[in-house]
Every structure is written in C-alpha cells, then in structure tokens.
Design a protein around this ligand. Structure first.
Ligand code: ADP
Length: 619
C-alpha cells in the first residue's frame, strides 16, 4: 500500500476532465442538485458502514449514531457536508475521486458533446455525482478517514485538470467535503436556502441531516412510511436519490407485502433509458435492505435481469442480516421475493398499458427489448410478458399487441407472420412482403436482435404458430381476401424450363429454385429453406462470429413477372446450359435478390460485367 508522507499530485482521468468541463458549463440552471448528490454520497457511506459493522461491531462503537452535518462558514465562504460513514483510505480516494468507474463513459461523453439542448437530462441518466460540486465551487477539499484505520487524507482540487492527496488529521471516521463557493453561488451559505434545498431533495434520507442544532429532514426511510403520506414529489426526489437520475419516474410501485416472506418494495421504472441498459453484465440496480440496513446495490437473484431497468429498494425483515451476500443470493426466501416482485411488476405494467396505451408505448420503446429477454430466460412468465409485447406491423403505423394481431387474422390464416431485420423502414420494403400485402395479410416486423432468440423458445401465441416470411413455403394459398384475390386464381405461367436453366447456371450457389407465391412486383427473392436457419438470424450470428459461412438459400422466381416470362420463353427455346445470356441472367437474378435484402452481389465485378452484357443484348 502507498503511504506517502508528502503531497502528491495526480491528473484526472481524461473522461473526468471532459465531464467536469460539461458540468461546470451546462448544468447552471439546476445547480442546487449538487447538495442532493453530496448528501446522497454521505448517506451511502453511512449505509456501507452500518453494513460493515454487522460483522465488525467495533467499527462504530465509539460513535454509534450516524448523521450528516452541514456547516456554512460565511466569513470563509465555505459550505461543508460531513458524514460519519465509512470514509476512504488513500487508494480508495485516488481511485474514486479521480476516475469514473463506469463502463461506457467515453461513448457517453461523445454523445453528450454532440447534444446541445438536452445535456442536463443526459447527464441525469449518467449521474455526475460528486463532480457536480464543481458547479458551485471553485475549489473542493475532501478530508476523510476510513472507519477502523488511523490515517486521514486530504484531497484537493480546483476541478480543472489535477488533484492532490496528502496526509491530514481528522478526528474520527468519515468524510467532510468542503466547498469553496464561487462568487455567484454564495446563496448556498444562507440558512433558509439550505433548509429549502434539503427539504426538497433530501427529506427522505434515512439519516438525520443537521444544520446547527436542527435536523432538517424527516430522517425515516421513505419506503417505511404509508404511501398515503407520501407525495408524488417526495417519491420523485427519492427516485432521483436512489437512481442518481434526473428524469421523472414513469411508474412507481410501492407495496408492503405480508406473507410467508414479508417485504416492502419501492420500485421505479425510469422515463428515460439509462445509459448502461445493455451492459453485458445485465446488473440489477435495486438496492436490498434487511430490516432497514443496506445490504447490496446489485443483489443477484433479487430480480431477474430482464427487469434491470427498475430502480429502487426492497427491504425485508425475513432475510438474515448475518449471512454473507453470496449466501443471501441462494436463500430460498430471496427467490420467493423475486417471483412475487416479478409478478407484481408485470401486472403493474399491464395495468398501465390498459390505462394509457400511449404512455405504455414510451415505456416499450425504452425497455421493450430488455423485457423480451424474459421470454427466453423465464419460461414461467412467458405468457405474461407476451401480453405486454408490442410490435411494428405492416397493418398500420401503431405498434400492435399479439392479441390484436390474432384478432385481425384473415380467414384461412393459421400463423402469425413476421419478418425480422435490422430496421423497420427497410424490411417494410422487402419483396418478401408483396404477396402478403396483396392479400391484405398483416406481417409483424421484428427489429430487435432479441426477437430472433425468443422465437426459438416461443412456438405460438393464442394457438397460432409464428412463421417467418423469409423461410419455407409462403403459406398464402389457403388465405382468402385482398383485392388481388380474383386475379390470383388466373392460371400462372409454367416457368419449368427457366427453373431448370437457373438451377444449372447457379449450381451450389443456391439450395433450390422455385416458383414463388409470395412475390407480386419483384421478379425474385431469397428465402431460407424450411428447417434451415432464418435469414436474419444467420446474419446476426455471422456479425457476432458465431457462424462462419452463409448457408445456400432457395431462390424464388415470380412467374407473373415480365422478366421471368421472357426468360422462360427463351429457356424453352434454348434449353438449360447452352445459352450465355441465360447464364448471365441467372446470376443477375440471384444478385438482385441479394441486393434487395441489403446484401452485396456475390461477386461485384462479375455482376457489373454481366449487367453490361445483358443490357447490350437488350438494346
Ligand atoms: P457514485 O456515487 O455514483 O458512485 P460519485 O462520483 O458521487 O459516484 O462518487 C464516487 C465514489 O466516491 C463513490 O462511489 C464512493 O465510493 C466515493 N465517495 C463519494 N463520496 C463519499 C463519501 N462521503 N464517503 C465515502 N465515499 C464517498
């Protein structure tokens, strides 16, 4: 361990420098939130020590009452926020107050740099925490001593590029953050201003916040109070504290549950998407308390990963305080809480969807892709999750539920048709949809990568199987309806000779060549054979290096298309394998189908040459 006797100077991590720049420049209008952030840190520090003292009671024996103390020194122009929480040692100080220990900071800052107006809400999603002190302070001192250790340390910075750490003296454990207020921030020395800010933002903090002899807050954990005594504003401020967020909670779920395992939950669904939602660790962000004592921030097993957008707390008296975090994860009581919470949250989401479909759409666009992971992970909740799912559809502008889709199905339609791809606007243009559109058959458009994965676990909804329009037979023959219905009964030209010629020309490049029933305007398309991997899934897996080579596809030809007619006549005259133009045309048809799917021609140079040859002949 480092134990330097003198003052050391460090550079902030580049990202911290950039963040500080943004914080000092753009959070101006709402800068009183710095106090909330610092009080929030102080409260977390007390929570951590209370937890540590469960197994090492000596840590708090000399000073058993946790509190947070504000001191304004008008003469010096300083405001300090002191706590008797866990404190920091030299290395912790260096690590936490010089870097940002969150993944994705770089890309977050890039995004922020390109955003003009909405910086504040973006920062809200990210949580600037401690660094918000520099909105109001020209210099910040942090004097701290880790509980159970003898040394104290002083951290100092003007928030520009560097900070220093030196040995210091502090009586007792904890942390004192002293702000040397900027000239235009002296209002935060005023008694009345401090009281108002604390009451507004930090009333729910479970430890007393003192100013002189007075306690400024209620100082009882918010979730322990009956919900009728809690205002929407109080819920919101608590959410901001617990989630380090700035947005409004989209949904608040507060319950006291009595049963085999009793617990209280106060959970929030954010109205904005947190920046680390797709972090591979899929961590939970709901804090677990046992009988008011904070245990962990990211308890595994408390909530399933597909509900990781939730923020808030769960507190239970029935879990044991004295087991390790690891043992807690396997406690069957925790599993009971999880299953009951999961059901509760899903049913609240359903209620909200029924009450306000528009608001639910906002939720769905933020978190739908995450929730759908539950279709894969949690067989027991599948039906409930399917009820909540919304999908884009060729049947209209608004996303639809599966139930509404099934309701609208045509006579003779026995499957839920879908097409999967990267973007709604692109797949909606796909040739594969032509035949379905002509018959007025709706197709769902799946654009979240996770869709491909849950489809492997969910065969059907309401007794109707899911069927990809890019795989297998088109299954359109038995379906009645559409303007084209009459025309469809007209005998289709025999393109047998062309099919034979194309097969000969393309050889192993295609799995088969067939006449299509799904095409109307386009001459060709590629589909996955029944039993083969669907086109979009294979594309996804290739992107992730999980499959190497592309499988051969079935090329479908539209018997009603002029090109196909002409070519077919020619094939009937010339026979397979003897005509250079037919050979070029076969390859061009394949390339054309690939291009319509957003892929490149098999061999771009050959494509250009063939195109020139065929055009020359035609002209
Ligand atoms: P966050 O609170 O989101 O982790 P902050 O920038 O606010 O981010 O704080 C960074 C870290 O610094 C905290 O996670 C904590 O480890 C440490 N820290 C900040 N304030 C205190 C404090 N008063 N007592 C102990 N540790 C603190």
């Amino acid at each position: 361990m480092t134990n330097p006797a003198d003052k050391e100077t460090f550079d902030f991590q580049t990202e911290v420098g950039r963040l500080l720049q943004i914080v000092t420049d753009s959070l101006y209008s709402n800068r009183e939130v710095f106090l909330r952030e610092l009080i929030s840190n102080a409260s977390d520090a007390c929570d951590k020590l209370r937890h540590a003292a469960l197994t090492a009671p000596s840590l708090t024996e000399d000073d058993p009452h946790f509190q947070i103390t504000l001191t304004a020194d008008t003469a010096a122009g300083t405001l300090s926020i002191a706590d008797n929480g866990i404190g920091m040692n030299h290395d912790e100080l260096l690590e936490t107050l010089g870097t940002i220990a969150k993944s994705g900071v770089g890309s977050f800052l890039d995004k922020l740099a390109n955003e003009d107006k909405d910086k504040i809400s973006l920062i809200g999603q990210f949580g600037v925490g401690f660094y918000s002190a520099f909105m109001v302070a020209k210099r910040v001192d942090v004097l701290t001593r880790r509980a159970g250790e003898a040394e104290s340390w002083l951290w100092q910075s003007d928030g520009k590029n560097q900070f220093t750490i030196e040995p210091a003296r502090r009586d007792g454990r904890g942390t004192t953050v002293t702000l040397y207020l900027k000239d235009d921030a002296k209002e935060f020395l005023e008694d009345i201003r401090l009281r108002t800010v604390v009451k507004t933002y930090s009333d729910h903090i479970g430890f007393p916040i003192k100013l002189g002899a007075d306690t400024l807050n209620e100082a009882s954990a918010l979730w322990t109070r009956p919900s009728r005594d809690i205002s929407q504003d109080q819920y919101k401020e608590f959410y901001h504290h617990i989630a380090h967020a700035f947005d409004e909670p989209w949904l608040t779920v507060h319950n006291q549950v009595e049963g085999i395992v009793s617990y209280t939950n106060l959970l929030f669904v954010p109205s904005m998407r947190p920046f680390d939602l797709f972090d591979p660790e899929r961590k939970s962000h709901v804090k677990l308390y046992v009988n008011r004592v904070f245990i962990t921030e990211d308890t595994k097993g408390l909530l399933p990963p597909y509900l990781r957008f939730l923020r808030g707390v769960v507190d239970s008296e029935d879990l044991s305080l004295n087991v390790s975090r690891e043992m807690l994860q396997t406690d069957p009581k925790l599993a009971k809480i999880r299953s009951s919470l999961t059901k509760k949250v899903l049913s609240e989401l359903k209620k909200k969807a029924e009450a306000d479909e528009d608001a639910f759409k906002d939720f769905w666009s933020n978190f739908g892709a995450v929730l759908k992971e539950g279709l894969v992970d949690d067989a027991g909740m599948r039906d409930r999750i399917l009820e909540l799912c919304r999908f884009s559809t060729t049947g209209g502008k608004e996303p639809t539920t599966l139930a509404a889709y099934v309701e609208r199905m045509k006579d003779g339609q026995d499957a839920i048709f879908y097409m999967a791809g990267a973007e709604t606007s692109k797949i909606a243009q796909s040739p594969h949809l032509e035949g379905y559109r002509a018959k007025g058959v709706e197709v769902l458009l799946f654009t979240d990568p996770v869709d491909e994965f849950w489809l492997r676990h969910v065969d059907a909804f309401g007794g109707k199987a899911f069927k990809s329009v890019t795989q297998g037979a088109a299954a359109l023959d038995d379906i009645k309806g559409g303007e084209e219905a009459e025309k469809d009964n007209a005998p289709t030209a025999d393109i047998g000779p062309l099919i034979a010629a194309v097969k000969t020309a393309l050889g192993a490049a295609v799995k088969d060549v067939r006449a299509s029933t799904r095409l109307k305007e386009s001459p060709v398309c590629l589909i996955a054979d029944e039993g083969d991997m669907d086109v979009n899934l294979e594309r996804l897996l290739r992107q992730h290096g999980q499959v190497q080579s592309a499988s051969a596809r079935v090329l479908e030809l539209n018997p009603d298309h002029a090109i196909i007619h002409k070519l077919s006549e020619r094939a009937a005259r010339e026979g397979a394998g003897s005509d250079a133009l037919l050979d070029d045309a076969a390859h061009l048809l394949l390339d054309q189908a690939r291009i319509a799917d957003g892929d490149d021609p098999v061999d771009p140079a050959a494509f250009a040459r063939r195109l020139a040859a065929v055009m020359a002949e035609a002209l």
